[in-house]
Design a protein around this ligand. Structure first.
Ligand SMILES: Cc1cc2nc3c(=O)[nH]c(=O)nc-3n(C[C@H](O)[C@H](O)[C@H](O)COP(=O)(O)O)c2cc1C
Length: 422
């Protein structure tokens, strides 16, 4: 049996492997987790055992595999209640429709469900199942119940599945699940040895709005949530890139394993981007204000009865995308801009690509009725030198994952994640 590496800060993941066809991918997940110095203890359901063997799990984790609720020896060595609390994070991967239903119903009819009911630790599930099982109102209701109780969810992704149907239901890729585990694990992020197609590359990502002050209490802003840029940063890191995220003011938790530079104004964002150079990849997802107030008041502008409202003179902000795209020794090999448009989206975005000199543009339609700006989903047109590609509407995390795959393919043409955009 292979010895487990010394755990980082004594942190342990209790990994529950269920009976889905994607169970074999947990073996790669375990490798990623133990490679980051985490201790992994596994629980295998009876159905899970049909897909992976206890021997494989034991060999990869260097730990005993727990299978039976009524095992006299296990109960004697570590009771099921103690086991349920022995991990800092419980991860169910793959999470079957069945375990989600049993979790939502509060059943405790085998070791896995009993641990999930008895635990006082955070729980992350990585669902994987046939698209009809996923779309079924029962599964969606169970998912909503679990989310409402604080269970965290990674994936599923959209793509071709083992059953030859396409749609949502594919297990998220192991690096993406590992990243979610690192993110949700209490304590500092594990130091992950960079692996993946973007290992050794530095990516600069900008995200969020900018705030352009009028006076010490008022500012000009926009509705950007920063979510798309944060997801892109996570997806690039999951493929091994070292990521610097320059973020305007947003209401999002700081991503783990990523260098975060917080800024307020466009001028500060440009300075932080310049500091981050050199880099191989620049993804400018921030909704940078076009203008700032020419003469920012140093004290609050008072409303005086009878006096006209103050006139604001606006002056252009620096063009961060154009500056990063300009030829020069420090120009990243791949510069990607985002274009938020409200009409003739693809045409405006194609013109923006040429005007700014960037390599690709991710264009999205931000008319209020699309719900994209500030929302959880996105529908994009990717414009490259080869033409325009319309992607179907999908979650911002999925857009980020597919964009990161395309970036990886740019640097390593034979790279394929196996994910398809359907
Ligand atoms: C070949 C095969 C593949 C399966 N794949 C999945 C799957 O990907 N997702 C799923 O939810 N159930 C899948 N099932 C059904 C589960 O194995 C079944 O619901 C089982 O009761 C799950 O038990 P567990 O949740 O305790 O692991 C599959 C069944 C078979 C026979």
């Amino acid at each position: 049996m292979q010895a487990a590496p010394a755990p980082v800060g004594g942190r342990t993941v209790l990994l529950i492997v269920c009976g889905g066809i994607a169970a074999y991918k947990t073996l790669e997940l375990i490798r990623l987790l133990t490679g980051a110095g985490l201790r992994v203890r596994t629980v295998l359901t009876a159905a899970g055992k049909q897909f992976v063997t206890p021997l494989s799990l034991q060999a990869l984790t260097g730990e005993k595999v727990y299978e039976d609720l009524f095992s006299l020896t296990d109960e004697n060595e570590m009771g099921h209640i103690a086991l349920s609390r022995s991990g800092d994070l419980l991860v169910v991967c793959p999470a079957t429709a069945d375990i989600m239903a049993r979790m939502a119903a509060g059943l405790a009819d085998d070791l896995a469900s009993t641990l999930l009911l008895a635990t006082d630790k955070p729980v992350l599930i990585a669902p994987a199942m046939n698209v009809r099982m996923w779309d079924h109102p029962a599964t969606q209701a169970n998912l909503a119940t679990l989310r409402a109780r604080g269970v965290m969810v990674v994936g599923p992704e959209i793509g071709l599945m083992a059953c030859n149907e396409t749609g949502p239901g594919r297990l998220a890729e192991p690096p993406v699940i590992a990243e979610a585990i690192f993110h949700h694990l209490p304590g500092p992020a594990p130091v992950v040895p960079a692996t993946g197609p973007l290992a050794g590359r530095h990516a600069l990502v900008t995200a969020g709005p900018t705030h352009e002050p009028i006076d010490p209490v008022r500012y000009l802003a926009n509705r950007s949530s920063g979510r798309q840029g944060y997801e892109v940063a996570q997806a690039l890191a999951a493929l091994g890139a070292r990521v610097t995220l320059v973020s305007g003011p947003v209401d999002l938790p700081p991503p783990k394993g990523i260098t975060l530079r917080r800024v307020e104004t466009a001028r500060q964002m440009l300075a932080a981007c310049r500091d981050a150079l050199p880099c191989d990849i620049a993804v400018c997802a921030a909704a940078v204000a076009d203008w700032h107030v020419a003469a920012e008041a140093t004290s609050k502008i008072k409303k005086t009865a009878g006096a006209p409202p103050p006139a604001l003179t606006l002056v252009p902000n620096p063009d961060i995308l154009a500056e990063l795209s300009a030829p020069g020794a420090n120009r990243p090999a791949l510069v990607i801009g985002f274009a938020a448009e409200t009409d003739t989206v693809a045409q405006h975005a194609a013109a923006k690509r040429l005007a700014k000199g960037c390599d690709w543009i991710v264009a999205n339609d931000v008319r209020p009725e699309t719900g994209i700006m500030g929302g959880m989903e996105n529908e994009i047109v990717l414009i490259t030198g080869e033409g325009a590609e319309q992607w179907p509407r999908m979650g911002k995390q999925d857009v980020a994952t597919h964009l990161a795959d395309r970036i990886a393919t740019f640097f390593t043409p034979d790279f394929s994640s196996g994910r398809s955009i359907s």
